[in-house]
Ligand binder design. Structure first.
Ligand SMILES: NC(=O)c1ccc[n+]([C@@H]2O[C@H](COP(=O)([O-])OP(=O)(O)OC[C@H]3O[C@@H](n4cnc5c(N)ncnc54)[C@H](O)[C@@H]3O)[C@@H](O)[C@H]2O)c1
Length: 270
C-alpha cells in the first residue's frame, strides 16, 4: 500500500556510497522522499539513517532486470510514484590495463554495471513514469507563458552518471571510458524518445571526485601519477560529492523544464 507523503519522490541507485549517498542526502534536504538503492544493502540503510525525510532502503543489482524491476515496484508500492531518479551505481576496473591486456570478463563486468545497469534502470523507471500523471508545480509562475505552462507538466526526470571519461580518451581504462560514452548515448536517445511524454533525461559527467571509488582508483597509481591526477583539473583540486549532488538535484528539479538530453560536466574546468 503506497504512503502518500505529499512529497516528491526521488530514487537513487548507488545510494550507499560517494556521489549517490550525497545525492540522496541532498534530495532529502530539499524535501523529497527517498528510495536509496544499492547492491550493498547495509550501506543503503546507513544512508537512509542520514536522511530527515521518509525513505526506504532497497537492495538492487542493476545488472539484473528482475532486480531493477523489483526496485521500481518497491518504490511505487511504498510511495506511489517516482518523480526523479539518479542512476548513480557504477564501478571501475579492478586494475589498469591496455586494451590488449584487458580480459573479456573485466570488459563485461564494467559494461554490465555502468551501461547495461543504466539501460535497465531507464527501462523500468520510464515504464513507471509513463503511467504517472504529469505534475505541474508552481503553475502561477508560468501563467503568462502558455507554451511553457502547457509543456511544463513533467511525469518524471532522470539523471544518469556518466563521467569526464566520456569526454576524453581513457588510456588504460577502455571499458570504463566506453561504458560512460555509452551512458551519454542512452541519455540522449531516451531524452528524444520520451520528450513529448513529459520525461526529461540528462547526464552528469563528474571529474575526479573524493569518494571511495576515487580512493580505490588512486591506490592503483604510482605517487607521481597520483599527484598528476589530483592536480589535473584547472581549479587545482578534486571535487566533493556534494558538488555533483547539487547539479543532479538541479537537473531533476522544475528549475530547468527545457533541459533534456544534456550532459553537464562538473569537472573544475576540465
Ligand atoms: N568518484 C569519481 O571520481 C567519479 C568520477 C566520474 C564519474 N563517477 C561515477 O559516479 C558514480 C558514483 O561513483 P562514486 O565515486 O560515488 O563510487 P562509489 O564506489 O563510492 O559508489 C558506487 C556505489 O555503487 C554501488 N554499486 C556497484 N555495483 C552495483 C550494482 N551492480 N548494483 C547496484 N549498486 C551497485 C556500490 O555498492 C556503491 O555504493 C559512478 O557511476 C561513477 O562511475 C565517479
Amino acid at each position: 500500500m503506497a504512503t502518500n507523503t505529499g512529497k516528491r519522490v526521488a530514487l537513487v541507485t548507488g545510494g550507499g556510497s560517494g556521489i549517490g549517498r550525497a545525492t540522496a542526502v541532498r534530495f532529502a534536504e530539499l524535501g523529497y522522499s527517498c528510495v536509496v538503492a544499492d547492491i550493498d544493502e547495509s550501506s543503503a540503510k546507513e544512508t537512509l539513517r542520514m536522511l530527515q525525510t521518509p525513505g526506504i532502503a532497497v537492495q538492487v543489482d542493476v545488472t539484473k532486470a528482475t532486480s531493477v524491476e523489483a526496485m521500481v515496484t518497491a518504490a511505487v508500492q511504498h510511495f506511489g510514484r517516482i518523480d526523479c531518479a539518479f542512476n548513480g551505481a557504477g564501478i571501475a576496473e579492478r586494475a589498469t590495463a591496455t586494451i590488449a591486456d584487458t580480459t573479456e570478463d573485466e570488459f563485461d563486468r564494467v559494461m554490465g554495471v555502468n551501461t547495461k545497469g543504466v539501460w535497465l534502470c531507464l527501462k523500468y523507471e520510464i515504464a513507471q513514469m509513463l503511467q504517472q500523471e504529469p505534475v505541474m508545480s508552481d503553475p502561477a509562475k508560468w501563467a503568462d507563458k502558455p507554451d511553457v505552462c502547457r509543456f511544463r507538466g513533467v511525469r518524471g526526470s532522470i539523471v544518469n552518471a556518466s563521467s569526464i571519461a566520456a569526454h576524453y580518451p581513457t588510456p588504460m581504462h577502455a571499458p570504463y571510458g566506453a561504458s560512460k560514452w555509452a551512458v551519454l548515448g542512452l541519455t540522449k536517445t531516451a531524452a528524444v524518445e520520451y520528450a513529448k511524454e513529459g520525461i526529461r533525461v540528462n547526464a552528469v559527467s563528474p571529474g575526479f571526485v573524493d569518494t571511495p571509488m576515487h580512493h580505490r582508483n588512486m591506490e592503483k597509481l604510482s605517487p607521481g601519477e597520483k599527484e598528476k591526477t589530483e592536480s589535473w583539473h584547472p581549479v587545482g583540486r578534486i571535487g566533493a560529492p556534494e558538488e555533483v549532488a547539487e547539479a543532479v538535484c538541479w537537473l531533476c528539479s522544475d528549475a530547468c523544464p527545457f533541459t533534456t538530453g544534456e550532459h553537464l560536466k562538473i569537472a573544475g574546468g576540465s
